[in-house]
Design a protein around this ligand. Structure first.
Ligand code: IVH
Length: 666
């Protein structure tokens, strides 16, 4: 066996094992850093020897495959739905029917009903073969490439005894914390929030670029095994087997000897479900024995041996006091219902989101109404209906705002869009302040000391009215502000000055152009290299860039064509901001540094820290954070860290200067 094959096998097995410990056992044994280093090594070896890459390689988890159109594939076992009940009476009826058919000697398995997106995954000879969505129940979409990015879904099975071919069914879902973060990120780039984790999961599974799916951190629970001649007698046994092969099975599942135990399970989770990091919409009850399941059989739509008990979403009723309109950074108007405070699912609710005008109309809201408020996966509860018999005679119909509550501009609503917008982007206070805050944010210009409070103060004192004004601020002006001492004023001025070194791609993101998030900004910067080239590009030329769609291109063109924005760019140029891609990032790629591992330390004359790392990688080299026996070179800049220097000397690793490094590339 070649050394490369041996190392690839070793890394694949080790990484898969650590993945398992991390995701299935929640017991990581190595640091993320160590994991990443090994993954990096494996990626490189696989690139050099593509023929040696294993089917279960963890590198597939990072995605990369693009699916233009999802193939429709027939389900081997139809994907049925479950009968629903909402009451213990219905449940009793189900239990009676079961007893009538199979007698009294049986038991149930009760499980959480995960509110996600159903998936069926087929394994052949221990390897993940294919993953299908539910579709219409008889045929689904082939989403294999995307499912492979979910780290809790094994690519290769562990343990023993798995059938040569089988299918596991389960649910793909967004953990609630991941979902909240996703929506926050969307808000940041002016995209509307996703309604709930379930829809978001379904949407993500159908994304064309699996590399994006890989970053989204979907999760999966598996709850059913299908196969021919399975050696198991009960569903419970099969769940244990599935678990032992490396699948993630929800721990809450329990065997129940009768309906009373099932009811106790239901009651327990009615409350505890609010502490889970995922949504459940009920409990699934299954007759445990396979023989009993066969006896009971199926109706046209669902098995007779299983049923779903659905929790009623927790609701409260309270009075609608009024409606307020919030204006976001992009000018989007969000109506917010102001409520008489009421307790709901462990918190006091004062506001409820209403999304847009259509929704208010659909519910038929009037001020003074008693409304039903419900808490779902969203952080803010929503209004789901009106208690009509309680409507007071003087309840006033809601007249949707026609003008911006902040600046008085007439609101607009674009064709096909649900939300109203305030078009006064450069004159509406929350939009101005929001844009400046975004501009100064950590991922943008990273201006220390320019948080929301300071922006508010500066804006109210009329010292800034747009992002270009930031660079005209003087220390005496800043010192006039409340609670601004000499030191904090100096820090702010220094922070502003330092931001002029922020690279072009981040400046582009900082401008706050609708739909131009971090990734799009990078794409634009690398493609066009200068702001002048972007300004000169036609809609078609912008649209021709990979991943820049028509909506982004239109939004960019509109922004650039606005004379006010042209003036801002010109003032920012005068303030010496970076509007050209830095030299180091312009260099073309090569494989001149292939096989070499670098550690960089200190600061450099012609490269930024990230720039030199990118240069190394773009030329085939590897960057490591710490000096070890495997380090080929330490590139020493000014003020190199003493510990790195000492370690390099001790290990006899060659230390080179920036000039020597540059000459390696020429
Ligand atoms: S068993 C024939 N178990 O709920 C067996 N389903 O409303 C059918 N679901 O299609 C599925 N958690 O998408 C089962 N522990 C669980 C479940 C579960 C969520 C979903 C699944 C199913 C739907 C039925």
């Amino acid at each position: 066996m070649s050394a490369a094959k041996q190392r690839i096998d070793e890394l694949t097995d080790t990484l898969n094992h650590h993945n398992f410990l991390y995701y299935q056992e929640a017991a990581p044994a190595i640091s993320d850093y160590e994991f990443d280093m090994m993954l990096e090594e494996l990626t490189k070896l696989e690139k050099e020897h593509p023929e040696l890459m294993r089917m279960d390689s963890p590198t597939q988890r990072v995605g990369g495959g693009i699916t233009k159109e999802f193939k429709t594939v027939a389900h081997k076992y139809p994907m049925m739905s479950l009968g629903n009940t909402y009451s213990f009476d219905d449940l009793q009826e189900f239990d009676n029917r079961v007893r009538k058919q199979i007698g009294n000697d049986f038991e149930y398995v009760a499980e959480l009903k995960i509110d996600g997106c159903a998936i069926g995954i087929t394994y052949k000879n221990g390897h993940l073969y294919q993953a299908l969505t539910r579709g219409d129940g008889t045929q689904g979409d082939d989403v294999t490439t995307n499912i492979k990015t979910i780290r809790s879904v094994p690519l290769k099975l562990i343990g023993e005894g798995w059938p040569e071919e089988f299918e596991v069914r389960g649910e793909v879902y967004y953990p609630l914390d991941v979902f909240e973060k996703l929506n926050k990120d969307r808000e940041e780039i002016g995209e509307p929030a996703l309604a709930n984790p379930r829809n978001a999961a379904a949407g993500t599974l159908k994304m064309q670029d699996s590399a994006i799916v890989a970053k989204r951190k979907l999760e999966a629970f598996l709850y059913f095994l299908y196969g021919e001649d399975l050696p198991y007698k009960t569903h419970w046994e099969s769940l244990q087997a599935v678990k032992s092969w490396g699948f993630r099975v929800n721990e809450a599942a329990a065997q129940c000897k009768d309906l009373d135990e099932v009811k106790a399970f239901i009651n327990k989770w009615e409350h505890e479900r609010h502490n889970l990091n995922f949504e459940i919409d009920g409990i699934v009850i299954k007759v445990n024995s396979y023989q009993h399941q066969r006896n009971l059989g199926f109706t046209a739509k669902s098995p007779r041996w299983a049923i779903a008990y659905k929790y009623k979403a927790e609701t409260a009723s309270t009075e609608l006091l009024g409606i307020e309109y919030q204006v976001g950074r992009t000018g989007a108007i969000t109506p917010v219902a102001k409520l008489q405070p009421v307790a709901l699912a462990g918190t006091t609710v004062r506001n409820a989101s209403l999304h847009n005008a259509d929704q208010i109309e659909k519910i038929g809201l009037r001020i003074g109404d008693t409304v039903f408020v419900e808490k779902g996966g969203e952080i803010i509860p929503k209004i789901v209906g009106v208690d009509l018999p309680k409507r007071p005679a003087d309840a006033k119909p809601v007249v949707y705002a026609t003008h911006c509550p902040e600046c008085g501009a007439e609101l607009i609503r674009n064709e096909g869009e649900a939300k109203h917008f305030c078009p006064n982007e450069d004159g509406c206070p929350p939009q101005i302040k929001g844009k400046i805050e975004h501009f100064a944010g950590r991922k943008a210009m990273d201006i220390e000391g320019l948080g929301s409070e300071t922006v508010e103060l500066l804006f109210n004192s009329m010292l800034i009215g747009n992002i270009a004004d930031v660079y005209d601020l003087t220390k005496p002006q800043v010192m006039q502000l409340d609670r601004m001492a000499d030191k904090s004023a100096q820090n702010l001025i220094d922070g502003i000055a330092a931001s002029t070194q922020i690279p072009f791609e981040r400046v582009l993101f900082a401008l706050g152009i609708r739909y131009v998030g971090e990734t799009v900004a990078k794409k634009l910067a690398y493609n066009f290299k200068t702001i002048e080239a972007i300004e000169a590009a036609s809609f078609e030329e912008l649209n021709a860039v990979n991943e820049i769609g028509a909506v982004i291109a239109r939004s960019l063109r509109d922004w650039l064509d606005n004379p006010k924005h042209q003036d801002i760019i010109s003032r920012l140029k005068t303030a010496s901001l970076q509007f050209t891609l830095s030299e180091d990032k312009m260099q073309p790629a090569s494989d001149k540094l292939a096989g070499l591992t670098f550690v960089v330390s200190g600061t450099f004359a012609n490269y930024s820290r990230d720039g030199i790392k990118e240069t190394i990688e773009r030329n085939g080299g590897k960057v490591s954070g710490s000096v070890s026996g495997k380090t080929s070179y330490v590139v020493a800049g000014n003020d190199m860290g003493p510990s790195k220097l000492e370690k390099a000397q001790k290990l006899g690793v060659k230390i080179i200067s920036e000039e020597e490094f540059t000459s390696m590339l020429s």
